[in-house]
Design a protein around this ligand. Structure first.
Ligand code: KIV
Ligand code: ZN
Length: 517
C-alpha cells in the first residue's frame, strides 16, 4: 500500500467563521470551541484577529495560553501594530503562528489599498521579516489571489518565502474560482514560485457553492493545507466546510491518496456545539452533519440498508459520531461521572463552572422526566458559557397573563445588585415582557429576528430561543434556554441586551444610562 499524503487542517471558525454577520462569540465560548477543536486534532486553530479590538486580542491570548496541541495562529494585516498585537497575543502558545496578509489582485490594490505592485511587494517583505522576529512559524496570504495576475502572485510568494514565511496561502477570497481552473491555477503558482519545502495552503469562500470542491481540486494540485470552518460558517456565503473537506478526503482517499489527522468521530458534536453557540442552525440536509445525513426514508432505500449498509451509505454515522444521546446520568450521579460525561460531550469546564453545571442539571432533573445530552448542552451553553462575560443584567422574576391576542407581563431585573420592576402590555406575553424590559433598561433595540426551537422532541423539551437585536449600528444574537418557552424568550432578549452593552463598551459607545434600580 502506498503511503498517504498528510493534509493539514487549518480551522478558522473562530476568525473567519466569527466574521459572519450576526455571530458574536465571547471569550469563554471561543475557549470552549478551541478546546474541542484541539480534541478533534485540527492542526492549526486560527483564534482571531488581535488588532481588531481588545476583546479579540484577549480571546486569542486566552486560547494561546490554554489550548495545547495545535498551532495557534493569529491574523495580522501587514501593519507593524497588527503584527505586534498578533505576536503578543500568541506569545503563550505552545506552537505560535503569525498569519499576515495583503491583497494582490488589481481591483484590491487599486481601489482598496491604493498601492502599486512595488509597494505591495515592499509591504510583504517588511511584514514577513518583522513577523519572523517574533516567531519561527509565519504564514503569508495573498488576499484575492484567485483574481490576481499569476506572474505577480508568484513574485509576491517568492518575496514572502525568501523573507521567512514557511506557509503560503492562496485564498479564493470572493468565491469566484471553479474547480478545474482553480486546481490548474494552484499548480501553476506552486511551479512558478519555485520554492521547495513550502507548505501550500488554500482558503476558499463559498459564494458559488464551490468552496469544498475548489479546496479538493487544490489538494489534487499539490496544496497540503486546507483552511476551513465548522459548518462552513464565515463571511457572506461562508468558507469551505471542515467536516465536508475532511470526510471527502477520507471517503475518497482512493482517489486523492490523502489523509488528515482529524478524529472524525467528534465532527457531529463539534458541529452542534458551533451551531448552538453561533445561533446558526445546521440544515437537516447538510452533508455529513445534517439531521438527515444518515436517514433513509424511501422504502427501497430502507430495504437496501437493512440488507447491507453499503447500498446507500458511503460513510457510517459512527464515523462522524452521529448521536444516540440519552444521558445515562441521574440526579444522584457524582461529580466524577458528571465531569466525564460532560467531557465526552466535548465541554471542558473549570471546577467552578462544573459545579454550576451540576446544579443546573439537578434543577433540570426536577423539571423533566428524561434529561438528554442535548438538553444539558443547551442549558450549559446559554446559562453558563454565554453568560460568562456578557451577563450584566439578570432576570430575577417574571409574571405573565395571557388573553386572546394580548398579554401582560411584569418583569424584575437585577443590575449590579440593584433590582428594578416594570410591567407592560403587548400583543402576547413575549411582546409584553420585551416591552417591560425595554422600559427598565431604557433602550429600544430593534428586534430583527426571533425564533424558538425545541432541543428534543418530547413535550417537556427544552425550548431554545434566539433573537437578533440591532441598536445604533451594533448587531448581536441573544440566546436563552428553558423548559418554559416564555422564560427562554425573555432570557434570549436579556442576553442580547447584555451583548449589546458589552459590544458598546468595547467600541466606547454609551448606550445605557437609565433607570435600573
Ligand atoms: O478570505 C480571505 O482572503 C481571508 C484572508 C485573510 C486569508 O480570510
Ligand atoms: Zn476568508
Amino acid at each position: 500500500m502506498t503511503a498517504k499524503h498528510r493534509v493539514q487542517i487549518f480551522d478558522t471558525t473562530l476568525r473567519d467563521g466569527e466574521q459572519a454577520p450576526g455571530i458574536n462569540l465571547n471569550r469563554e465560548e471561543k475557549l470552549q470551541l478551541a478546546l474541542q477543536l484541539a480534541k478533534m486534532k485540527v492542526d492549526v486553530i486560527e483564534a482571531g484577529f488581535p488588532a481588531a479590538s481588545p476583546g479579540d486580542f484577549e480571546a486569542v491570548k486566552l486560547v494561546a495560553d490554554r489550548v495545547k496541541g495545535p498551532v495557534i495562529a493569529a491574523l495580522a494585516r501587514t501593519r507593524h501594530e497588527d503584527i505586534e498585537a498578533a505576536a503578543s497575543a500568541v506569545r503563550g502558545a505552545e506552537k505560535p503562528r503569525i498569519h499576515t496578509f495583503i491583497a494582490t489582485s488589481p481591483v484590491h490594490m487599486e481601489h482598496k489599498l491604493k498601492m502599486t505592485r512595488d509597494q505591495v511587494l515592499e509591504e510583504v517583505r517588511r511584514a514577513v521579516a518583522y513577523a519572523r522576529t517574533f516567531v519561527d512559524d509565519v504564514e503569508f496570504s495573498a488576499e484575492d489571489a484567485s483574481r490576481s495576475d499569476p506572474e505577480f502572485l508568484a513574485e509576491v510568494f517568492r518575496t514572502a518565502a525568501d523573507n521567512g514565511a514557511s506557509t503560503l496561502n492562496i485564498p479564493d477570497t470572493v468565491g469566484y474560482a471553479v474547480p478545474e481552473e482553480f486546481g490548474a491555477f494552484v499548480r501553476g503558482i506552486i511551479d512558478a514560485t519555485g520554492r521547495p519545502g513550502i507548505t501550500w495552503s488554500v482558503h476558499c469562500h463559498n459564494d458559488l457553492g464551490m468552496a469544498v470542491a475548489n479546496s479538493m481540486a487544490a489538494v489534487r494540485a499539490g496544496a497540503s493545507q486546507v483552511e476551513c470552518t465548522m459548518n462552513g460558517i464565515g463571511e457572506r456565503a461562508g468558507n469551505a466546510s471542515l467536516e465536508e473537506t475532511v470526510m471527502a478526503l477520507r471517503t475518497r482517499s482512493d482517489s486523492y491518496g490523502c489523509e488528515t489527522g482529524i478524529d472524525t468521530t467528534r465532527l457531529f458534536s463539534m458541529s452542534s456545539q458551533v451551531s448552538r453557540m453561533t445561533g446558526f442552525p445546521v440544515p437537516p440536509n447538510k452533508a455529513v452533519v445534517g439531521a438527515n445525513a444518515f436517514a433513509h426514508e424511501a422504502g427501497i432505500h430502507q430495504h437496501g440498508v437493512l440488507c447491507n449498509k453499503a447500498t446507500y451509505e458511503i460513510m457510517s454515522p459512527e464515523d462522524v459520531g452521529a448521536p444516540g444521546s440519552r444521558l445515562v446520568l441521574g440526579k444522584h450521579s457524582g461529580k466524577h461521572a458528571f465531569r466525564q460525561r460532560i467531557e465526552e460531550m466535548g465541554l471542558f469546564l473549570s471546577d467552578e463552572k462544573l459545579s454550576e453545571a451540576m446544579t443546573l442539571f439537578k434543577e433540570l432533573c426536577d423539571r423533566k422526566e428524561i434529561v438528554t445530552a442535548e438538553d444539558l448542552e443547551a442549558m450549559i451553553n446559554t446559562e453558563i458559557l454565554a453568560a460568562a462575560e456578557s451577563r450584566r443584567i439578570v432576570l430575577r422574576s417574571f409574571l405573565v397573563q395571557v388573553g386572546k391576542g394580548h398579554g401582560t407581563a411584569t418583569v424584575t431585573l437585577e443590575d449590579d445588585g440593584r433590582e428594578a420592576t416594570d410591567a407592560a402590555t403587548g400583543n402576547g406575553p413575549v411582546d409584553a415582557a420585551y416591552r417591560a424590559i425595554r422600559r427598565i433598561v431604557g433602550m429600544e433595540p430593534e428586534l430583527e429576528t426571533y425564533t424558538i426551537n425545541s432541543v428534543t422532541e418530547a413535550s417537556d423539551a427544552i425550548g431554545e430561543a434566539r433573537v437578533t437585536l440591532s441598536f445604533e449600528g451594533l448587531r448581536v444574537t441573544g440566546r436563552g434556554a428553558s423548559t418554559d418557552v416564555i422564560e427562554a424568550s425573555i432570557k434570549a432578549y436579556i442576553d442580547g441586551i447584555n451583548r449589546l452593552l458589552q459590544k458598546a463598551a468595547v467600541k466606547g459607545v454609551r448606550l445605557y444610562g437609565k433607570n435600573v434600580g
